[in-house]
Design a protein around this ligand. Structure first.
Ligand code: DP6
Length: 369
């Protein structure tokens, strides 16, 4: 597939108005995406667990404009309140995807969105938000094509595979990691030599066998710091250009995915812990060694990490942590260890969460209409 495969043939824009709703989950990367080229092409492949509980619900209402003005026109509401400060991001997204969805300028859109997690939780809503919006837009395209009587029956048929691929492709243009939030339960994004179907343009389901140890894996998200990050992901990605360790880091990500392919098959939890924690710390090491350098971890992030290491040493548990581009800690563990690990979290880790807040999540299976 190339970018061109996502440009539709001209269609008759026969639909006057309508509305679609999608619920899309967040995801947590095991091998991290950090560094990108032009047009949101990742510098290295990444792999993630799709989450279940943390999600965005978006309703997209659309109405044909009376006067064709060749302009983008939309309003955004978060929890029923108009959010004009989101407009520049969505406008930039719409401009990037305009050539792939040629109906965008023909309609006025109302985007109504809400998140299952609190806004000020420090959990980024860009992955779930962009994927929910991309899915709503795909539903419009699907309806336009299916309703177009000038097309042949074959041209009008719209496979689920193409729908998901293009939704992921569009979501990527909104926010890179969003392309991993369309399906579940394990998603790979970015070319990798051992995964033939992998692509820099969209996420795909992990195509190999996965051991039962990794079914229903748990992710308890400790909200260590709910404040806004001082450095956005986009700025961080750009600091990987000319970074002294960039090439080694990108090669390491390829290597870690090769290792994970074997680990997912064998069920080797000890090796899983090693890769996942090393990836999280490498991500933050890249931040600390870029120019300008920055630190997103907080003292409580380190407290939690040390307690997890102690607990593992004392009990032989397979609990581990990962981090995204912030201070919050994702505590990952197999389902069969839930009882023991939840006790540990409540007794020892919750004290390091802001206002004692945490979210119990687990692997999920993708977006729902
Ligand atoms: C650290 O997808 O938020 O969470 O493409 O600029 O929107 P943009 O960045 P974003 O970066 C996510 C980075 C990460 C790692 C990951 O999810 O793989």
């Amino acid at each position: 597939m190339t970018e061109k495969d996502f440009i539709p043939k001209p269609y008759n824009k026969t639909i006057e108005s309508g509305s679609f709703t999608w619920q899309a989950p967040s995801n947590i990367a095991l091998v991290k995406y950090w560094g990108k080229k032009k047009h949101q092409i990742p510098e290295n492949p990444s792999i993630s667990f799709t989450l279940d509980e943390c999600k965005t619900t978006t309703t997209l209402k659309f109405e044909k404009k009376i006067i064709e003005d060749n302009e983008l026109s939309f309003d955004i509401f978060l929890d029923g309140k108009k959010q004009d400060d989101f407009k520049p991001k969505i406008e930039a997204f719409f401009k990037r995807i305009d050539s792939y969805l040629p109906f965008l300028k023909e309609y006025h859109f109302i985007i109504e969105t809400s998140n299952s997690f609190p806004h000020s939780s420090g959990i980024a809503s860009s992955a779930s938000g962009m994927s929910a919006l991309a899915l709503c837009l795909m539903s419009i395209e699907k309806q336009l094509i299916e309703n177009d009587v000038t097309l042949s029956a074959v041209e009008r048929s719209f496979s689920e595979e193409y729908f998901n691929q293009k939704a992921s492709f569009l979501a990527r243009l909104g926010s890179g990691s969003a392309c991993r939030s369309i399906e579940g339960d394990i998603i790979v994004w970015g070319n990798h030599k051992e995964i033939e179907e992998s692509s820099n343009l969209f996420g795909i389901k992990f195509p190999f066998e996965v051991h039962n140890n990794f079914k229903n894996y748990q992710d308890t998200i400790l909200l260590v710091d709910k404040g806004e990050k001082q450095v956005s992901s986009t700025v961080g990605h750009n600091l990987m250009h000319n970074h002294s360790f960039a090439e080694q880091r990108f090669a390491q990500a390829h290597d870690n995915i090769s290792k994970l392919i074997k680990i997912f098959k064998s069920g080797d939890l000890k090796s899983f812990v090693e890769i996942v924690e090393s990836e999280a710390l490498t991500l933050h090491a890249m931040m600390m060694t870029s120019m300008p350098y920055f630190i997103l971890m907080k003292p409580n992030t380190l407290e939690v990490i040390n307690k997890i290491w102690n607990f593992r040493q004392q009990t032989g548990s397979n609990v581990c942590f990962t981090l995204d581009a912030g201070a919050n800690v994702h505590v990952l563990y197999p389902e069969q260890e839930s009882e023991q690990v939840m006790k540990f979290i409540q007794n020892e880790l919750v004290a390091h969460c802001q206002n004692g807040h945490y979210i119990c999540d687990r692997i999920g299976f993708g977006a729902l209409q």
